[in-house]
Design a protein around this ligand. Structure first.
Ligand SMILES: Cc1cc2nc3c(=O)[nH]c(=O)nc-3n(C[C@H](O)[C@H](O)[C@H](O)COP(=O)(O)O)c2cc1C
Length: 359
């Protein structure tokens, strides 16, 4: 039988009933303290027919926050809140991993403990505005991390991964995409360091590879994925030679035998034009399971799987508006339109009230 979006697959130790993945989606609807509540449980439970859910990006420490209304995965209360989510998804036969996030420079003192400066590889202010509780405010010049501070950040990823295991997740996805801390280290538009973490591709990849190694050592490679976005310009990101750094990263990640590599294959969020990049060549360098993302529909998803380009396909916006996306794709049923005015923040409207298909 031909393999398609509706075929089973195993990523690491995660057995999926289909290859339609819910992409990570920040929704800014978590209460004070970053503890998921019933409304958040309902949202994920509604989407449990995905082969795999990747949660919204979730800060690994108080310094990792960069927007209001985010969850966390570093306190016992957060673990208990997430446990309700994972139990609900598992009860429906679904699988769920949590996306581990440190925002780096994409933050603001008003969102951080003691109003300190955001941290980054280099003291380079991103163009644009932080989303704060008081509204949009210009980004500030971040503080460049000292080499001696990096082991503590690696430890924060490990602690968060361990919290994720206690919360009942099937695994974790290390967020190294979309202009946040690990991506800021990878790309030379945000990393001009002259120490062992800047300059050459080996040096710029070092922090991601150290985090990956530490998380793999803590919870196992078969439960660990990594997300990259080689040419996404969102968050004022650029690189002088993206193919060189990301080809190197793909090659190095082969050594871990990860559950999967998740790739945003272009630019998102209207961040501008994505640089040219040979995704087919990059894909060939990676030998493990590959999760493709960006503007896939059913036909392109099936084609990517049939050709061997992807083992599974992540859908973002379609999952916001269609909790039963898998059933709709399977039946070639029409999709609900997503309302972008309710993407970030608010209440149950635009979150848990999108209609299911009625047969
Ligand atoms: C509302 C919204 C929130 C998002 N939040 C995240 C996030 O937390 N982590 C992440 O890696 N990508 C995030 N993304 C990007 C999506 O995961 C995905 O890459 C993007 O929507 C493209 O996929 P699509 O064309 O299927 O929607 C977000 C996108 C949207 C629209």
């Amino acid at each position: 039988m031909e393999v398609d979006l509706f075929s089973t697959v195993r990523l690491g130790c995660i057995e999926m009933s289909n290859r339609v993945v819910m992409a990570p989606l920040t929704r800014n609807r978590v209460a004070e303290g970053g503890v998921p509540q019933q409304m958040n449980v309902t949202y994920y439970e509604q989407r449990a027919s995905a082969g795999l859910i990747v949660t919204e990006a979730t800060p690994i420490s108080p310094m990792a926050h960069g927007y209001p209304g985010l969850p966390g995965i570093y306190t016992d209360e957060q673990v208990a809140g997430w446990r309700k989510v994972t139990d609900a998804v598992h009860a429906k036969g679904g699988k769920i991993v949590i996306q581990l996030w440190h925002v780096g420079r994409i933050s603001h003192p008003s969102l951080l403990p003691n109003q300190v400066l955001p941290v980054a590889p280099s003291a380079i202010r991103p163009a644009g505005h932080a989303v704060t509780v008081e509204g949009l405010q210009e980004y500030v010049v971040p503080r460049a991390l000292a080499v001696t501070e990096l082991p503590a950040i690696v430890k924060d990823y490990v602690h968060a991964a361990q919290c994720a295991m206690r919360a009942g997740f099937d695994g974790v996805e290390i967020h190294a995409a979309n202009g946040y801390l690990l991506d800021q280290f990878l790309r030379d538009g945000s990393n001009v360091r002259t120490d062992a973490y800047g300059g050459s591709v080996e040096n710029r990849a070092r922090l991601l590879l150290e985090v990956t190694q530490a998380v793999v050592d803590a919870i196992g490679a078969e439960k660990t994925g990594v997300r990259l976005s080689p040419v996404n310009p969102f968050n004022d990101m650029k690189d002088s030679h993206p193919q060189a750094i990301f080809n190197f990263v793909a090659t190095q990640l082969n050594g871990f035998n990860l559950a999967y590599l998740h790739v945003v294959e272009g630019g998102i969020h209207g961040g501008g034009e994505a640089a040219p990049f040979d995704f087919a060549a990059f894909r060939k360098l990676y030998h493990g399971a590959y999760m493709a993302n960006l503007a896939y529909d059913k036909a392109r998803g099936n084609a990517a799987i049939a050709s061997g380009h992807a083992d599974c396909v992540a859908y973002g916006v379609p999952f916001i508006a269609n909790p039963d996306l898998v059933a709709r794709l399977k039946a070639d049923a029409p999709l609900n339109e997503a309302d972008s005015t309710t993407f970030y923040g608010g209440n149950a409207h635009g979150y848990t009230d999108y209609p299911f298909l009625s047969f």
